[in-house]
Design a protein around this ligand. Structure first.
Ligand code: NCD
Ligand code: ZN
Ligand code: ZN
Length: 431
């Protein structure tokens, strides 16, 4: 296996150093390392981060390979600086058996661009009626630890309680898509002033908050772990803050788009802005940014949700909700300033929210390590000074549904290394 010398990089924005990657690990660090035998990568001006980890990715395979495959989604992830992604279970067939999660896991290994960790469904067919084979998925080669019916809420409290109890045996997590379905029937966007003006049926904040409140109580009652997917309202932040203060084992994620975009964008009637949960108000965005910085929200997760053209380029009411996000996530987070300190990116905090904490939550032992001697060589190099205009046609994702077309964003991923091998060099996918 070849070795790589990354020359003159600032690890987490700190002092300049060289990094020697060999045999899948960071072999040596320090200024002026001997480059002989290694491929040299000049990293003047670049920042090294632990490879980003996405706890919430939709890869669409099996079933909707026209929208994304494990391979195309993995390439998009690598280009976004990711070295691991957790693949959501709402595929077709649903990832609710050992067979399907093993298939996704194997496809991830074959693509070899990021580590793909399958998430298993909580209920058979995401139907919310009976528990899927959680134990068999946990015991499979895919070693599933996170279970989610994402796309749907596990609305039945008794089923949610049993799922939480079941996964305790192997320290698993239930990741909840918090949406009380009776409160969102026919919903098209956030319920508020803008939905009233546009005459669209609203998705009220309380539909999310009611489920989160219930679930933290259930997790507390049974002593199990719950993770809140794509938390989107100021009220949800308060509930999670209170639960954490009581010692409830709850973690939460926010998406880049909920940190930047608001419900005003629905006035364009452009379905690219249709997403679940919906874009909220500016006040919610402000609360989410503060909660992420504070740590009430543990991580950024993309909820990368690729959709085929016919599912997005249609009337708002018929469009599927969801946005692609892997290739723009870090740039969007940088653009919000949510993880800045004194006007500059706080790279240590960015590493915490986008790599270490998600790796810890998901139990991905090879990820989330700062580049230091002996650490697995899963890392990414960022050019913080670069800016780019997002061109949907240039995305590696098979789908084009980015809300940032034509938007100039800061930061560029220059290189990504997975287990010591480059998956991205000079901003381009290696394979
Ligand atoms: N976020 C979305 O709007 N859509 C997701 C499902 C989900 O995350 O709930 C999808 O699978 O397309
Ligand atoms: Zn969801
Ligand atoms: Zn999702």
């Amino acid at each position: 296996m070849s070795s790589y010398l990354i020359r003159g990089v600032r690890v987490l924005g700190r002092e300049w150093t060289d990094l020697l990657l060999r045999d899948g690990v960071v072999a040596e660090t320090g200024p002026g390392l001997d480059p002989s035998g290694a491929q040299v990568i000049e990293a003047d001006g670049l920042v090294a981060l632990p490879g980003l980890v996405d706890l919430h990715t939709h890869l669409r395979e099996p079933g909707r390979e026209d929208a994304e495959t494990v391979e195309t989604g993995s390439r998009a992830a690598a280009l976004g600086g990711y070295t691991a992604v957790c693949a959501m279970a709402n595929t077709s067939p649903v990832a609710d058996t050992a067979g399907v999660v093993e298939q996704v896991w194997r496809l991830g290994r074959e693509a070899g661009l990021v580590d793909v960790q399958p998430i298993g469904a909580v209920t058979v067919g995401l139907a919310g009626e009976r528990l899927a084979e959680l134990g068999a998925m946990a015991a499979s080669a895919a070693a599933v630890r996170i279970f989610s019916d994402d796309g749907f809420c596990v609305a039945d409290p008794r089923l949610m309680r049993r799922a939480l109890e079941y996964v305790k045996a192997f320290d698993g997590i239930i990741a909840q898509h918090a949406e009380e379905p009776r409160l969102t029937e026919g919903a098209q966007m956030h319920e508020g002033e803008v939905s009233t003006r546009l005459g669209l049926t609203g998705w009220p904040a309380v539909a999310e908050e009611a489920i989160i409140a219930r679930d933290v109580l259930l997790a507390e009652h049974v002593g199990s772990r719950v993770h809140v997917c794509h938390l989107s309202t100021a009220g949800s932040v308060d509930i999670v803050r209170q639960a954490k203060a009581r010692g409830v084992r709850v973690t939460a994620e926010v998406t880049p788009h909920h940190l930047l975009l608001t419900d005003e964008l629905a006035a364009s009637y452009d379905p690219v802005f249709k997403v679940n949960p919906p874009l909220r108000t500016a006040a919610d965005v402000t609360a989410l940014r503060a909660a992420l910085a504070e740590g009430v929200i543990d991580i950024v997760a993309t909820d990368h949700a690729p959709h085929a053209v016919e599912d997005k380029e249609c009337e708002w009411a018929y469009a599927r909700p969801g946005m692609v996000g892997l290739e723009t996530a870090l740039s969007v987070v940088l653009s919000t300033g949510a993880l800045h300190r004194d006007g500059e990116p706080d790279w240590d905090l960015i590493a915490e929210r986008m790599s270490r904490a998600p790796a810890r939550i998901a139990g991905l032992a090879a990820h989330g390590h700062d580049p230091a001697p002996g650490a697995p060589a899963n890392l990414t190099l960022v050019d913080p000074a670069a800016r780019r205009v997002v061109d949907p046609g240039e995305l590696a994702s098979r789908s084009r549904n980015t809300p940032y077309a034509g938007t100039e964003l800061p930061g560029r991923i220059v290189a990504t290394f997975l287990h010591g091998r480059p998956t991205v060099l000079d901003g381009k996918a290696v394979k």
